[in-house]
Ligand binder design. Sequence first.
Ligand code: ADP
Length: 189
Amino acid sequence: MLNIVLFGPPGAGKGTQSEKLIDRYKLVHLSTGDILRAEVASQTALGVEAKKLMDQGLLVPDSVVISMIEKKVDANVAGNGFIFDGFPRTAAQAEALDKMLDSKGTGINMMLSLEVDNEELIKRLLNRGKDSGRPDDQNEEVIRKRITEYNSKTAPLKEYYTSQNKYCGIPGIGSIDEIFLKLCTKIDS
Ligand code: ADP
């Protein structure tokens, strides 16, 4: 299996690049943000609780996202592999993911990290908010909160994957195709 963690702050381009990568490498895309938004749209009990946090730019509890991911991994374990997008976002999530994959005889091959500076992120997200309909993209304060959450809880995962020799940083500035090419070069090498 080829299992990739696509990493980077909100607005780094993970969703865009995931779509291209799943097409090229025939992987299953697991985005916790997408799964959570689907729960919110269907107004499940989980969705109603998650929305309160998401609208403030805060993370939802680890236990919630871990069990969501576990279900999806179980359902697709016979495939070519996964792109994890927006997960793991905390050390507890990264440890749970390693355990989960290990129990299925597989593991993470690499973390590909899209590196983009804060001002560019805020610009991109506010722009996306104009037509995405995502409430969390429409308010600069919420966007800044998401970036703060990222820097305090998620960015430390760089060390986690570096210590396993799996971290690859990629500049996330340039055209979509240029960035895609850089990602593919890393995966193929
Ligand atoms: P972005 O990367 O643009 O911030 P996502 O679509 O990945 O957006 O996530 C949107 C929101 O969903 C996050 O701000 C957070 O509230 C919640 N969320 C998504 N994934 C996770 C996760 N792995 N752990 C905790 N909360 C999450």
